[in-house]
Design a protein around this ligand. Structure first.
Ligand SMILES: Cc1ncc(COP(=O)(O)O)c(C=O)c1O
Length: 425
């Protein structure tokens, strides 16, 4: 099945044709975008769908005229697309501004069920969008947030420490499925089993995971899961999955005339309809790479797509890792390529802050991110609080040539610096 599936999925050159941004030239060179973990480029299908909605179907919801009906239908279709994407039911899909806003909102509602002495467990690997919304409950409700350690030598979760942090007082385990800073993929199922053992709920931050692995909320055994469409080729939008009975049980802050039942009861105010349409178009785009056509089996097509993207990502990450490791003065962070990881590689270059290295690479039309990417605790634990790390993320449009360009450019940076400082005055 693996070989068949691989061959039926579009090749990287075909994929690239869909992305107008890839035609950009900077300082005479084609731009190599390695900034996907901060937000991927967008295929024209997504922008076309958003434009079509705004020009021809734009309205508010639930009124008695065609554009309003069309808007209701578009949102319902998008819920179905997101449900296929996560293997959930459309009633379990909530749209919102972004993952952070949705998580604060969910946290406020869950917090109403908790009181002083209750505990939430997060991890050092997490983006702070999966830490600080829970910490806010310390001030509001007296809830204690415990943090399970990461092992800085491997960039992986310290499972013994996670087991120590989880106790009968734990009400929620909030865990990232994958680290946006160093690419570590957590065994969420295993962590969820620990949480279930003490009767705790499980919230999964799948923002960095969803572009690289097809989420299956049932297999992860989570109660809630959040993702962001702009990380998987969509517009700047967030989505939240909540198990039906969990959403129904939430004590939500709401406007008196607003809908009382989930998922709409979680969607405060007028939604970003064009963003919702664009989110569905991004899911359809991913499915189309696996052969999906309207009316077909979207989930099966997504499975084919992700299988192929995973294999390509693994090959790219191996080359990137090995290439950078061979450059003197480069330090790599996070799990080695054979460990569970996404194709997101972070590193530092001796003699350069992360910002300096990223600025120099941008001169070569290689766009990488630098800093801590809001994974502040993790980057501090790596000893890089001051200078940050450089992050290079591979996406569905990344080529082997681009990876080679990046490796060569980092090598050239190091060489230039040596020549400058080793030359006698
Ligand atoms: C792993 C992870 N979680 C959460 C977030 C926050 O997502 P959003 O920008 O949608 O609030 C990000 C954003 O970079 C992320 O990478």
């Amino acid at each position: 099945m693996s070989v068949m599936a691989f061959h039926s999925v579009a090749g990287v050159e075909t994929i690239r044709e869909h992305f107008p941004a890839l035609r950009r030239v900077h300082h005479g060179r084609p731009v190599a975008y390695f900034d996907g973990p901060g937000g991927t480029q967008v295929p024209h299908q997504v922008a076309d769908a958003m434009r079509d909605y705004l020009f021809h179907h734009n309205a508010n919801t639930h009124w008695r005229y065609p554009t309003s009906h069309e808007t209701d239908a578009a949102i319902a279709d998008a819920r179905q697309a997101a449900a296929d994407f996560l293997d959930a039911h459309p009633d379990e899909i909530v749209f919102g501004a972004n993952m952070t806003t949705l998580t604060f909102h969910l946290g406020r509602a869950l917090g109403r069920q908790w009181s002083a002495g209750d505990e939430i467990v997060v991890t050092e690997l997490d983006h702070h969008a999966n830490v600080d919304p829970w910490r806010a409950l310390t001030r509001d409700r007296g809830v204690l947030v415990r943090m399970a350690a990461m092992r800085p030598d491997t960039g992986e979760l310290d499972w013994d420490d996670l087991a120590r942090q989880i106790s009968p007082r734990t009400k929620l385990l909030a865990i990232g499925a994958a680290s946006n800073a160093i690419g570590t993929v957590n065994d969420v199922e295993r962590a969820a089993a620990l949480a279930r053992g003490v009767g705790a709920l499980v919230f999964v931050d799948a923002v960095h995971h969803a572009p690289h692995a097809l989420v299956d909320v049932g297999a992860l055994d989570c109660d809630f899961l959040a993702a962001s469409a702009y990380k998987f080729y969509g517009p700047h939008m967030g989505l939240l999955y909540g198990r039906r009975e969990r959403l129904a049980g939430l004590d939500l802050p709401k406007l008196e005339p607003a809908p009382a039942d989930p998922p709409e009861s979680l969607e405060t105010g007028t939604q970003n309809h064009e963003g919702i349409v664009g989110t569905a178009a991004a899911i359809d785009f991913l499915a189309s790479l696996g052969g999906y056509e309207r009316g077909g089996d979207r989930r099966a097509a997504l499975q084919r797509t992700y299988l192929a993207l995973h294999e390509r990502g693994q090959a790219l990450v191996e080359r990137l890792w090995d290439g950078l490791r061979a450059v003197p003065g480069v330090t790599l962070y996070g799990p080695a390529p054979h460990r569970p990881r996404t194709p997101t590689v972070s590193f530092s270059v001796a003699g350069f802050t992360a910002d300096q290295a990223a600025t120099a690479l941008a001169e070569q039309a290689i766009f990488v991110s630098s800093g801590d990417f809001y994974a502040t605790t993790l980057v501090r634990r790596l000893g890089r609080a001051q200078d940050g790390v450089v992050r290079a993320g591979c996406a569905c449009y990344t080529t082997e040539d681009e990876v080679e360009r990046l490796v060569q450019a980092v090598g050239a940076l190091v060489k230039q610096r040596r020549e400058r400082f080793d030359t006698p005055a």
